[in-house]
Write a protein that binds this ligand. Sequence first.
Ligand SMILES: *[C@@H]1O[C@H](CO)[C@@H](O)[C@H](O)[C@H]1NC(C)=O
Ligand SMILES: *[C@@H]1O[C@H](CO)[C@@H](O)[C@H](O)[C@H]1NC(C)=O
Length: 500
Amino acid sequence: MESPLCVSIFLVLCVFIQSSAHGQSLGLGPFGRRPRAAETKKASQETEIRFLLFQEETDKGCQIRLNHPDTLQQCGFNSSLPLVMIIHGWSVDGFLEDWIWQMVAALKSGLAQPVNVGLADWLTLAYHHYTMAVHNTRLVGREVAALIRWLEESVQFSRSNVHLIGYSLGAHVAGFAGSYIGGKHKIGRITGLDAAGPLFEGSSPSDRLSPDDANFVDAIHTFTREHMGLSVGIKQPIAHYDFYPNGGYFQPGCHFLQLYKHISKHGLNAITQTIKCSHERSVHLFIDSLLHASMQSTAYQCSDMGTFSQGLCLSCKKGHCNTLGYHVRQEWQGKKSKKLFLATRAQSPFKVYHYQFKIQFINQLEKPVEPTFTMTLLGTKEENQKITITLDQEITSNKTYSFLITLDLDIGELVMIKFKWENGAVWTNVWNTVQTIIPWSRRPLYSGLVAKTIRVKAGETQQRMTFCSENTDGLQLQPTQEKTFVRCNRNSKKLKGNIR
Ligand SMILES: *[C@@H]1O[C@H](CO)[C@@H](O)[C@H](O)[C@H]1NC(C)=O
Ligand SMILES: *[C@@H]1O[C@H](CO)[C@@H](O)[C@H](O)[C@H]1NC(C)=O
């Protein structure tokens, strides 16, 4: 994000959103696609918002029309199955985006129980200046609510069987549908995928998607990094469970250096792809949860990403963790939103395995120690290649350090850790000095640097383990020398006795 190219592309995005917000026109040239003329015809709302149903994975959609029950039959609506309706967001080019077809296909193929898959196509109302499109979200929400009420009346379809999935502005459309539907009961579920931030951040719950809008609301926040006081995705919690992958600011693989890779794949559209990358990641994380039934990502309740990165939040007690995506556990207590964090890979399958490592160091050197290590983790299934760890502070005295490690692979149960202290050139000199000054025979109990125990908690299995040095004569870590740690009992007496 530091290079001038990145900054300038980001400015384009921000200026675009801001000028749109002020109702000024801005050329779409930089976005690589020729805009289609806005359709400003005074058509009835019914033709401005199209509801499509998909019968097959590769279907282009069959339009259902309010008050025309025959269209339900024609489009294969099955009232004994749930309805999952996709709602797209703001449009910069007047076309339906590719992810919609991917989501339709995933919903059609990825579920054990079939569902009716629908789309609320409000392109003609979304392809406007941002403020106009925002204004239209209420109107579209009202229409979605009307459709659901009509389904209740005409085919006794229960609104609790409706799941709205809204992306960007579409998330707020879903919220408005939930609040405009009226009556005693609520819509079953709403999923907000990186709900739009500008003009919604900080607004009252009735003016945006909120937990009041459905029996269960979940949200995935993926692009909340602020630029010039504005973030594309909303930052504040808006659901019962709010998921913040990688902290929610920005997503791995979306750096502007990736632009060149995207150009070879998408041509000039690469710029749009790169800008949208983090925003749209919310969609792909959700699609991933449909396609990889055996690789569901777990997220953990935490106050912020800093705490999460220390590995301090990997608890599943009292509903403190949940599954990201379609298969989220739909339970919650109270009105308060829960903020959940997780790390992900840069591409599908996005799942990683989370571990908290706690290492107790005893440093009896006069000098602070450079905190760079490598570890190789051996599990019952796999061995993980070297991981480099740099603690955020130098090791100065006796202290336990806690940090988060994530693995792409399922290594099974962790059985052995090979630990190596990577030295800088400076360190080697210090070490040599220490060796010379302190005669071997009169060395203190702990001399040099000792890693006493390594305690590990696996988030995905909730297992806790303690590891001790395999070789108990000489616990000192020596630069560049690999030490092997094996499972042991915490506070093992044997360990203490052998410390000399
Ligand atoms: C509707 O779905 C149910 C449950 O899967 C199935 O038994 C039934 O045959 C379906 N009806 C039609 C008309 O496809
Ligand atoms: C660190 O621990 C060792 C052994 O337990 C002890 O001798 C030493 O005084 C401690 N150092 C500090 C700075 O607490």
